[in-house]
Design a protein around this ligand. Structure first.
Ligand SMILES: Nc1ncnc2c1ncn2[C@@H]1O[C@H](COP(=O)(O)OP(=O)(O)OP(=O)(O)O)[C@@H](O)[C@H]1O
Ligand SMILES: [Mg+2]
Length: 445
């Protein structure tokens, strides 16, 4: 929802809304800022338990819509505003991150790079992406520019050269997955103003600028998934979703101890499952449940849980991190999400991954409501950072999601760039500058 400026010249604060479709909970984050270039301040976070989402994927539309409505109402009550649109983070197991290269010649004599050259080079790299049927490109992310063979150019605009090269990352997801997300959010009476894949939002919500530049990987340990993002030189080198999360640990505890899931969840949060062999750790885990007394060998339980986490990180997540093709990540491993709250998990992961590990709260946690500023809110808070980044530099993260569904020209991603790029990508033909001007006029009038 966006308020317009008044005749006195005073600009009402603008409201930005993010919606995180999690497996355990649905979160709605509301931020307010003064003017389009002002700092945004999170003013409220609504949430509701998530029903109808399994391993990050919508499996029941009605239940998901109900959860969304509860979370939206909760946020509206907190901020005293009626929300009308949101940028939505989502995921699922079938998320591919594909790299391609593109090149354009700037002419026989060196000249400054113009915006249209950047659009052309992005388009040329996009033309090399093969999108399987039933799938679509959700994000187009320029990873690295080179000028006359010199790599590591952060922003080529205005720099002089004869040739511009790009490495582009495309995040490909099933069309049906995106359509289900849109349907649910719209049925919960919010317009979708943008979509973002969860690991990208989590990384933006957790990584310090230094970590993002020197290189670090971020793992958001959620309920049903782990979002993986590898950043280097301030840009995402690889994004992935692994369909294993904290709930798998709960299931293991429940199976081993033969207790219901809710009791297993309680135990998982109370018992230190990772600091094996410390003097404080008892030999046996003893507790009462439904009138029965349980006693179980602590080391047997921690072995099972640690095996699960080792397999998750040392195999599945390590494979994804290596896909980034980055030799060194001096910023180490940054973990966030509800699963990162397990006592001792950082030291355990540091040992098995042989890298420094930091448990990250949202970068904005100091300005978020108390009790809703923990690691499980990093992704939601990151959505607001994503929106602001996208507005600051429309070529940083290009949202292609409107291409597949939108015929209504009034709906566009921030600054209309997503739509401009989409019109280039759709036919695979040349990007038309004239067409972009026509589109802009259509949007304005
Ligand atoms: N204090 C805690 N100790 C250990 N685990 C915890 C703690 N608090 C929450 N969790 C676990 O975190 C997980 C939920 O995390 P989170 O809220 O980030 O998930 P989500 O965003 O809803 O799911 P996803 O991102 O997978 O779709 C659950 O498995 C829960 O058991
Ligand atoms: Mg999550």
């Amino acid at each position: 929802m966006k308020k317009t400026s008044s005749s006195s010249g005073y600009r009402d604060p603008e409201v930005l809304v993010g919606l995180d479709l999690g497996t355990s909970k649905v979160t709605v984050v509301v931020a307010e800022r003064e003017g389009p270039s002002g700092e945004a301040q999170i003013i409220g976070i609504g949430q509701a338990p998530s029903r109808g989402i399994r391993k990050g994927l919508i499996v029941n539309i009605d239940q998901t819509v109900k959860s969304l409505r509860h979370a939206i109402e909760d946020a509206e009550n907190m901020v005293g505003l009626e929300l009308t649109e949101a940028t939505v983070s989502f995921s699922g197991s079938d998320v591919q991150s594909v790299k391609t290269r593109g090149m354009v010649s700037l002419g026989r004599a060196p000249r400054p790079v113009m915006q249209i050259d950047i659009e052309r080079v992005i388009e040329s790299a996009q033309a090399n992406v093969s999108v399987p049927s039933g799938k679509m490109i959700l994000h187009t992310i320029p990873v690295e520019y080179s000028l006359d063979g010199n790599s590591g150019i952060d922003d080529p605009l205005g720099m002089t050269a004869m040739r511009l090269d790009i490495e582009l990352e495309s995040v490909i997801v099933p069309v049906a997955m995106v359509q289900n997300v849109r349907n649910c959010v719209e049925r919960a009476r919010l317009d979708v103003s943008g979509l973002v894949i969860k690991p990208l939002a989590s990384a933006l919500g957790a990584l310090t600028p230094e970590e993002s530049v020197v290189g670090a990987s971020v793992v958001d340990i959620g309920g049903g998934t782990c979002g993986v993002a590898v950043f280097m030189e301030g840009r995402p080198k690889h994004l992935a979703v692994v369909s294993v999360g904290g709930d798998h640990i709960t299931n293991d505890v429940s199976t081993v101890l033969k207790i219901p899931i809710n009791k297993a969840e309680e135990i998982k949060k109370e018992v230190d499952l990772f600091s094996e062999g410390t003097p404080d750790q008892p030999e046996n885990l003893e507790f009462d449940h439904m009138g029965r007394n349980y006693s179980y060998s602590m080391s047997e339980l921690t072995d099972i849980v640690q095996c699960r986490v080792e397999e998750l990180f040392a195999v599945l997540i390590k494979n994804e991190i290596s896909e980034a093709g980055v030799a060194m990540l001096p910023g180490g491993l940054v973990i966030t999400g509800g699963g990162s709250k397990s006592a001792g998990i950082d030291h355990y992961l540091s040992r098995i991954m042989n890298t420094p590990v930091r448990v990250a709260l949202p970068l904005d946690s100091g300005r978020m409501p108390p009790n809703r500023n923990g690691a499980e809110y990093t992704c939601a808070a990151g959505i607001i950072r994503y929106v602001l980044e996208q507005e600051r530099d429309p070529f940083r993260f290009i949202d292609n999601s409107f291409d597949s569904f939108v015929s209504d020209s009034s709906i566009a991603s921030p600054m209309g760039i997503g739509k401009i790029m989409n019109s280039a990508g759709r036919g695979g033909g040349r990007f038309s500058f004239v067409q972009s001007i026509i589109n802009l006029f259509k949007e304005l009038f």
